[in-house]
Design a protein around this ligand. Structure first.
Ligand SMILES: C[S@@+](CC[C@H](N)C(=O)[O-])C[C@H]1O[C@@H](n2cnc3c(N)ncnc32)[C@H](O)[C@@H]1O
Length: 274
């Protein structure tokens, strides 16, 4: 969802109090989840116990970061050169990740294809758009109704995963690879083109009128909260504008933490109403 350019800067300390305690976990293991084989989906991440909305279950540094420019211009050999600077264990982890085989290649496969299959968008330390590959986070499959949320802290260079709804032990934990405020056909086209799979989540499986209603709801949601804030603010309905911005901020804090750009932007909206 593109809203407007957030001003970089850190959220107030007071916001930190609302965060669950951070726990550093060794890559690939956790008391909260395990990585299992899930048939056609390959590997995936399953909850080992009941998880509560708002829990932070993983924080992980990347194996590899490439700027968008590097990703566009680098060949397999360039990426392999970058990989050769990693520890042997991290190189092995990279080559163990799933490969959607986006390019023809022999031997152990294409490094670039593995990056495209497994990377998440981040910003590097000087604010350039980049992609990062994480050993454990790469094992989360996609859903159009994700139950966990990933977010990047450019200052610490750590990606975190937070639970966004109560989850029972045994359920799969899924992030999303897409802008969710798009129609099913568009989502399916993107997934098929970028990663060569079809999503069969409960929303993509809806039929007929139910599907049309779902598409329409998603289109409306894409601008609803900011539009609501702007309408209220323009009409000088300060209390309502504050209420809308605060409600949105609560959700973003729970899902992304106080340092996310969206939380920063919403903090400014809330402060503007104070
Ligand atoms: C980042 S990897 C996710 C982990 C991967 N399943 C593994 O075995 O390591 C992305 C790949 O997982 C598979 N995948 C992810 N979400 C899926 C879904 N909802 N349905 C089917 N396959 C999915 C696709 O093959 C996709 O290219």
């Amino acid at each position: 969802m593109r809203l407007c350019s957030p001003t970089p800067g850190r959220a107030t300390r007071a916001l930190d109090a609302s965060r669950p305690q951070l726990v550093t976990l060794p890559a690939g293991s956790s008391e909260a989840f395990e990585i299992c084989s899930l048939g056609d989906k390959g590997k995936g991440v399953i909850a080992k116990r009941n998880l509560r909305k708002g829990e932070l279950i993983l924080q992980e540094p990347p194996l590899l970061i490439l700027t968008r420019d590097e990703l566009g211009t680098f060949s397999d050999a360039d990426i392999e050169q970058r990989l050769s600077k990693l520890s042997e264990a991290n190189q092995a982890s990279f080559w163990n990740l799933f490969d959607a085989q986006l390019f023809e290649s022999s031997g152990r496969g294409s490094a670039k294809s593995r990056v495209l299959t497994n990377s998440y968008p981040v910003e590097d330390e000087i604010g350039q758009e980049a992609v990062a590959v994480f050993n454990t986070i790469a094992r989360f499959n996609h859903s159009c109704v994700p139950n966990v949320h990933n977010s990047w802290d450019a200052e610490t260079g750590i990606e975190t995963i937070c639970v966004t709804q109560d989850i029972e032990a045994g359920q799969e934990l899924c992030t999303t690879y897409l802008d969710l405020f798009t129609k099913r056909q568009e989502r399916q086209e993107q997934l098929s083109k970028r990663l060569r799979f079809q999503c069969t989540c409960e929303v993509c499986s809806l039929q007929g009128q139910m599907q049309e209603q779902s598409d329409a709801r998603r289109a409306r949601l894409s601008f609803l909260w900011l539009a609501g804030f702007e309408v209220a603010a323009n009409a000088a309905m300060v209390d309502l504008a504050a209420e809308m911005a605060t409600a949105a901020l609560d959700n973003v804090l729970m899902a992304e933490g106080p340092d996310s750009p969206r939380a920063q932007l919403l903090c400014q909206c809330v402060e503007a109403c104070a």
